[in-house]
Design a protein around this ligand. Structure first.
Ligand code: MG
Length: 391
């Protein structure tokens, strides 16, 4: 086997100032607290005022380096604690080519205590991405080749979020993307301050019949409310409805799926194939929204394969990151057959592209795959201006 054993794992917290708060300008009753967070009233979710992420570097005894990343939006110190105290001593000396075996070994360590999600799985995801990056660096192969081969080298991007203060401004912003070649836009009900129906109706009117319009509900509705909302939205031909009810309510999600005339999408909060299995077996989703920053490469692929076996589509989630898990998500997405779109958060992806060496590009409605071995991207000088080593 190609040489190199895991010798060190470092964790970095990266904080990047941003002009606009996530999901758009703060509402008058939303404020940034002393720790730098605010809570969106619409979806009752905490966000950092600045873009933040947790990045890991795995170094082998031969000096090779692999990069991984997970959510560092809140409490990035938790990721460091889990990696330095549990993961690093357990996997030191092993080969990055054992990434899938390592994932199983780590997952088993904490099952009996109920750690089947959350920060523990996030920490595992970051390390898993770095091990796959190392496999690529050691073999000279891009990640998509290690995962079985790309079906496509350009991935259709849907525009996610229209951060503008009014419905006409949102339609204008969407129109600008459509003019550049994008064919799909998604809005978030949690920031539809003038009403979801009015917003969807205005977008359909402004964009015409050929543009796909998706609605992210941020887990806000009861199943009955979601079913009623979908009835009212029928004239506007939604492409999918996302996260309509609470993640805990699998039967409720299945109920919505049974009554809805549009596909139900969910999955950005899932960590493992077990989360996917429960929803797919219940026929609660027909679109699975894998999030590389939570799943790592190993679980992203297992979820995608299970979705495919259930004839569900995979439309990966994209969120705040520095570009590392975004690159991993694009490589993995290239290898999944039934994958019509990948989410595109334009301001975040553009910022990330300035922090990475290597190609991170989305133009005219399509992502390009990064080139080169492994992920094909790694931190550049601008990244290091914003990174702080933890521990
Ligand atoms: Mg979402």
């Amino acid at each position: 086997m190609m040489g190199g054993q895991i010798s060190a794992i470092e964790v970095f917290s990266v904080t990047i100032p941003q002009e606009e708060t996530y999901l758009g300008t703060l509402h008058p009753d939303e404020a940034i607290n002393s720790a730098g967070y605010f809570v969106r009233k619409g979806n009752r979710t905490i966000y950092p005022a600045q873009m933040r992420s947790a990045v890991v570097r795995v170094t082998l005894d031969n000096g090779a380096e692999g990069w991984g990343e997970t959510y560092g939006l809140v409490a990035p110190g938790a990721i460091h604690a889990l990696i330095s105290d549990i993961i690093e001593p357990i996997i030191a000396g092993r080969s990055p080519f054992e990434a899938q075996a390592i994932w199983e070994d780590l997952y088993d360590l904490m099952r009996v205590r109920g750690y089947t999600g959350g920060f523990w799985l996030d920490a595992m995801a970051a390390v898993d991405i770095a091990l796959w990056d190392l496999q690529g660096k050691l073999t000279g192969l891009p990640l998509h080749a290690l995962l079985g081969g790309a079906h496509r080298l350009r991935i259709p991007a849907y525009v996610s979020g229209l951060p503008a203060p009014s419905i006409p401004a949102k339609v204008d912003l969407a129109r600008r993307f459509v003019d550049q070649g994008y064919k799909a836009v998604k809005i978030a009900a949690s920031v539809s301050y003038d009403g979801v129906e009015r917003e969807v109706a205005a977008l359909r009117e402004g964009l015409g019949a050929d543009i796909a319009i998706m609605l992210d509900c941020h887990w806000m509705y009861s199943p009955a409310e979601a079913i009623a909302l979908l009835r009212r939205l029928e004239p506007y031909d939604l492409h999918f409805i996302e996260a309509p009810c609470k993640t805990e309510d699998v039967a409720g999600l299945a109920d919505i799926a049974a009554h809805a005339s549009v596909p139900v999408a969910a999955g950005e909060e899932w960590r493992t194939v077990y989360d996917a299995r429960a929803r797919l077996e219940a026929r609660a989703v027909s679109i699975v929204q894998t999030e590389m920053g939570h799943t790592g490469v190993t679980q992203f692929m297992r979820i995608a394969h299970l979705a495919q076996a259930h004839h569900a589509k995979v439309i990966p989630h994209a969120t705040i990151g520095t570009g590392i898990f975004a690159a991993a998500s694009l490589h993995a997405s290239a290898t999944v057959l039934s994958l019509p779109w990948h989410e595109y958060q334009h301001s975040i992806f553009h910022k990330a592209s300035t922090l990475m060496s290597g190609r991170l590009e989305c133009t005219a409605g399509h992502f390009s795959l990064p080139e080169g071995p492994g992920l094909g991207v790694c931190p550049n000088a601008a990244f290091w201006d914003h990174a702080r080593k933890l521990g």
